[in-house]
Structure formats: structure tokens, C-alpha cells
Design a protein around this ligand. Structure first.
Ligand SMILES: Nc1ncnc2c1ncn2[C@@H]1O[C@H](COP(=O)(O)OP(=O)(O)OP(=O)(O)O)[C@@H](O)[C@H]1O
Ligand SMILES: O=C(O)[C@H](O)COP(=O)(O)O
Length: 399
């Protein structure tokens, strides 16, 4: 069956400069990558292109910089990327367009690889500015998008650029689309979704559609704090987008209309601040002290979630249930991840999880190999699940 979009099999790359849009927006702490999944899953595409004689130029965003923020430079990614490529040297350009980029690319021999600085240091990236897309296109002859996890963004490097050069999907993009379609095109019911994490403002909107696609929606992480606040629960000093209370009420109404059961935390692990070794307490969700932050869901909530999993035939999950990078706020995410893995092995649960930090959390729980499929995508995964077209994928479709 012909793939719906062009793949590396359709490109003649020898001697060509191939611009590869990757997603190197990986979890980091103290300047070090804490989960290299996205780098490791990108590597096969870069190795294949290099071995076929391409001059490989890697483009990516990192974080959400306001201007050229040195703390969000891609320079620290050169070494981990080289390591994932078996030690192949990786050049670095201090800008992703113009002379700094062209000078590094001109030094590349066939088979060489270089990484360009953070795309989002230029406002034209997120604006999908045609001039910025053209400046990127001027650097190469072919375009490969291997960033499924950024495909929900109609940005210059994920959408505009694909229309300016002969384009194709990378091996990771191809694998993500095929695996998600296989696992979730017609999911067996009941379908349970778990959505957590902290990208409240960008993900809350997704939930209004998601409730029409799943039978039960469990909400944890900082996402839950906002919905709880909208219900009138005092969430104390927790991370919460208080100005999204109306959106939350719309989600509740949409869930009711769709017959989707919303499951919110009934207890929480709270502390005065997010730090290791801080004093914690487990409280009922309506007993959060005003000077405390909800940093994980509590054991009663874990039991309620696992009860939902026991009845589920399909699980989709994006976003950790707590601030898992800082124990003990990883307890709920680890407990639910291990139960999901057990049910996948013993009860035939189809379990699909995705997201930069979610993958890291699953790895911390030791289950990233024991779910049905783990995607590198979070927001893009949710939007795919809703049935939304992903601009980065649509731009690759055969015309
Ligand atoms: N209660 C909470 N309070 C504060 N931060 C939280 C809480 N629960 C989870 N988090 C934070 O959420 C972050 C992950 O959220 P995010 O939505 O980015 O997930 P993700 O898997 O990376 O998805 P994506 O790939 O879409 O970014 C983690 O850094 C975690 O510490
Ligand atoms: O981590 C992700 O979900 C992707 O890298 C997209 O990042 P963004 O939400 O900042 O566009």
C-alpha cells in the first residue's frame, strides 16, 4: 500500500543537503538530558541519510524562548546527539538561517551531520513567516520532517518549509503515524484517557474534543488543579490557570453531553514548595491548605484510576500525574504506569502513551517497553487522537 505521504524511499539524497526537522525538545535538568528517547528515536533517520551520502542538517526548536535565550540554546544537544549516532561528529551553527548556518553547511562532506541553533530564536518560526521559511529553504535541496511530536504546530519549519522543497517523512514520523493508526484507529471500548502534565493553557482546549472520543477521562497533574478550581475547590498555592475556569465548565458540559465520565483527583500530596526532601502531607482534595501546592495525586486517586484501568480495553495517556522529576511526587505516575503495564501484559489492555516528559516518567517507572506503544508526541498525540489534521503531516501528503 502506498504511504499517504512521501518517505525516505522516495528521495535521492546522495550529495544533497537534506534539512531534517527533528524534535530535540527533550527533558533536561542542570544542563543534562534526563530522557534521550526523542534523540534515540530520531537517530535511524539521520544515520540512513548520512549513509546514503546526504549532507544532513538538523533543525529543531527547544522550549518556548522569548527571543534568543541562551538557556534554551541547542548547543548542549550536540554531544548527546553525537552519542546517539554512535559517536559520529556533529557540527553546530549558532544560527539556523543566514551566513552562520551556510558556513557550517558548506563544510559538510557527504555523510556529514550538523545541528543548527534553536528555530524559535526567530519569531518567524512560530508565525510560519514565509520569509523565514524561504531563508530555511535556501540552506538545502531536500526537506525531511521527522518531528511527529511537533507536527501539530503550523510553524515555518514544520509546515511552510515543506512546500518550498521536495519533502518526505522521516522514519520516526512514518513509524508514529503507522503505529498510532494501528493501535487507535478503531479502539476497543471502554477507552480511558489520562491527561496530566502542566501545559494547562494549550491542552485544556483539546479536552473539549477529546471527551467526544473517549469513554472516561482521568485528569491529573496541574491540569486537574485548574478543573478543580473551576468546580470551586480551593487548590491553595498550586499551579493553576485560574482564567481558564470558563473553558473548564465548557469541558464539563461537553463531557456530560458526550456521555464521557470525568475523573478528577479525590486526594493530593501537598507541600510548601516543589523541592526534594520537603515536608509533604496527603490530604483530601477539599482540604488543601492555602499555603500548600498540590504536587501529586494521592493514593485514593491512584486506586480510583487503577479501577478505571481494570475496566478499560484501551488506554491513552499524555502528561504525568504529578511533578514526577522530584520524588516523592513521582509516586502516583509510577504506580499507575506499572498497573497499566501489568494489565497490558495480563489482560490485553491496548495502552498508548506519549509526551516528552511522559516518556521520561514511564522510563523512570521502568515500563516504557511494556506498554503497547509509546509515542514521542504529547500535544500532537492528543490532537491526532481528537481526529484533528496535523499541519506537519498534511504538508507531506502526496499531491
Ligand atoms: N501538580 C503539578 N504541579 C506542577 N507541575 C506538574 C504537576 N503535575 C505535573 N507537573 C509537570 O508537568 C510536566 C509535564 O507536563 P507536559 O504537559 O509537558 O507533559 P509531556 O509529557 O512533556 O507532554 P508534551 O510532550 O506535550 O510536552 C512535568 O515537568 C511535571 O513536573
Ligand atoms: O514537547 C512537545 O510537545 C513538542 O516539542 C512541542 O512543543 P511545544 O508545545 O512548545 O510546541
Amino acid at each position: 500500500m502506498t504511504a499517504p505521504f512521501r518517505t525516505l524511499d522516495d528521495l535521492d539524497v546522495a550529495g544533497q543537503v537534506v534539512l531534517v526537522r527533528a524534535d530535540l525538545n527533550v527533558p533536561m535538568a542542570d544542563g543534562r538530558v534526563t530522557d534521550a528517547t526523542r534523540i534515540e528515536r530520531l537517530a535511524p533517520t539521520l544515520v540512513e541519510l548520512a549513509d546514503r551520502g546526504a549532507k544532513v542538517v538538523v533543525l529543531s526548536h527547544f522550549g518556548r524562548p522569548k527571543g534568543k535565550d541562551p538557556a534554551l540554546s541547542l548547543a548542549p544537544l550536540v554531544a548527546p546527539l553525537s552519542a546517539a549516532l554512535g559517536g559520529r561528529p556533529v557540527g553546530f551553527a549558532v544560527d539556523c538561517i543566514g551566513l552562520p548556518a551556510a558556513a557550517v553547511i558548506d563544510q559538510l562532506a557527504p555523510g556529514g551531520i550538523a545541528l543548527l541553533e534553536n528555530l524559535r530564536f526567530h519569531p518567524g518560526e512560530e508565525k510560519n513567516d514565509p520569509a523565514f521559511a524561504k531563508a530555511l529553504a535556501a540552506l538545502g535541496q531536500l526537506y525531511v520532517n521527522d518531528a511527529f511530536s511537533a507536527a501539530h504546530r503550523a510553524h515555518a519549519s514544520t509546515e511552510g518549509l515543506a512546500h518550498l522543497l521536495p519533502s518526505a517523512a522521516g522514519r520516526l514520523m512514518q513509524a508514529e503515524c503507522e503505529a498510532l493508526a494501528k493501535a487507535l484507529e478503531t479502539p476497543e471500548k471502554p477507552v480511558v484517557a489520562i491527561v496530566g502534565g502542566s501545559k494547562v493553557s494549550t491542552k485544556l482546549d483539546l479536552l473539549q474534543n477529546l471527551v467526544t472520543k473517549v469513554d472516561r477521562l482521568v485528569i491529573g497533574g496541574a491540569m486537574a488543579n485548574t478543573l478543580l478550581f473551576a468546580r470551586g475547590v480551593d487548590v491553595g498555592a498550586s499551579l493553576c490557570e485560574r482564567d481558564m475556569a470558563e473553558t473548564c465548565r465548557e469541558i464539563e458540559a461537553a463531557a456530560k453531553a458526550a456521555g464521557c465520565t470525568l475523573i478528577l483527583p479525590v486526594d493530593a500530596v501537598v507541600a510548601a514548595k516543589l523541592a526534594a526532601g520537603v515536608e509533604t502531607a496527603t490530604v483530601a482534595i477539599d482540604q488543601v491548605p492555602s499555603d500548600r501546592m498540590i504536587l501529586d495525586v494521592g493514593p485514593a486517586t491512584v486506586a480510583a484510576i487503577n479501577a478505571q484501568l481494570a475496566e478499560a480495553r484501551t488506554l491513552v495517556w499524555n502528561g504525568p500525574l504529578g511533578a514526577f522529576e522530584t520524588p516523592p511526587f513521582d509516586a502516583a505516575t509510577v504506580a499507575v504506569a506499572r498497573e497499566a503495564a501489568r494489565l497490558t501484559a495480563e489482560a490485553g489492555l491496548v495502552s498508548v502513551a506519549g509526551g516528552g516528559d511522559t516518556v521520561a516518567a514511564l522510563a523512570a517507572a521502568g515500563v516504557e517497553e511494556r506498554l503497547t506503544y509509546v509515542s514521542t508526541a504529547g500535544g500532537a498525540f492528543l490532537e491526532w487522537l481528537e481526529g484533528r489534521s496535523l499541519p506537519g503531516v498534511e504538508a507531506l501528503r502526496r499531491r
